[in-house]
Design a protein. Sequence first.
Length: 329
Amino acid sequence: MSGENLLTIEDLSVSFKSGAGDPVEVIDRVSLKLERGKTLSLVGESGCGKSVTASSVMRILPQPYGIVTNGKILFEGQNILDLPIEEMYKKRGAEIAMIFQEPMTALNPVHIVEKQIGEVFELHRPEITKDDRQQHVLKVLKDVEMPSAEQRLKNYPFQLSGGMRQRVMIAMALAGHPKLLIADEPTTALDVTVQAQILALIKALQEKNNMSVLYITHDMGVVAEVSDDVAVMYAGQIVETADVNTIFKNPRHPYTRGLIASMPKMNSEPKTHLPYIKGAVPSPRAYPATCRFAERCSYATDYCRSNTPKLEEFEPGHFIRCFRAKELD
Ligand SMILES: Nc1ncnc2c1ncn2[C@@H]1O[C@H](COP(=O)(O)OP(=O)(O)OP(=O)(O)O)[C@@H](O)[C@H]1O
Ligand SMILES: [Mg+2]
């Protein structure tokens, strides 16, 4: 990695308070770096903490339950965790935008498309006058390749297909020309053809605006397609991180290897479990103090089950949290 980091997450820990019990830690000292103009994928099974990481960057952790207990989130060198929330509102949309798996999370069901996207211009692009707004909304809809863009201006979200809603959400995210786009499983709910179109679209718009993308997914096929760098997350921790070629050519963590082996083949049904990794992710309350993956790992020894692995540099730029990483073939 040589370029300038737009986003640096340092040792981020997040806990959730629930009822009368002690807070439960769901993210444990996560560190990530994302260069300007690049794509970093955060990958891992359901529940490992990907969305909590993204929500922390957006500062949309559910309040008052979600608490950052440690760490920094530096955006252009500034710790956004220290910003007054009003300053953060200004950054959201203008500098950092997010797209979600389910577009209805971001869309207002009672507003037509023109108004939803128009509001982003109103908030974040004051140089565009009210009279010019419709024209800009239309342009951004065309940029995201919305079919029959003119007619869609007056549509409500329920009148659109899933892929069209996704395009509206992406159009809204991009209307403010963000420097960072966080895409949290934006294509999971779409069929493969639309998924490929959306991925290509994000990539094209990224190149045009030199935008950085934090791409969240559980799909290693998508990771291979979109990433410059990859961070693999398991049970609230980063277990392996490297550039995309290294991750696929020389994966060292048994979990990363399992994810790669479980990649769905073309035309197969989406999988709900990983055929090459037995068992399931433990719940955060049950995370062991030792290696969190040991109970599912076919390489684990007694040592792994009684000691705590650290994330260590295996070769330049390639970090692994595994006692056995050096010994695997
Ligand atoms: N509001 C909440 N209250 C309590 N626990 C939560 C809350 N939101 C998330 N968690 C817990 O935090 C952990 C991480 O959840 P997160 O949503 O980040 O997972 P994820 O990796 O995004 O999974 P998925 O692939 O299913 O989206 C999970 O154990 C989850 O149960
Ligand atoms: Mg999630």
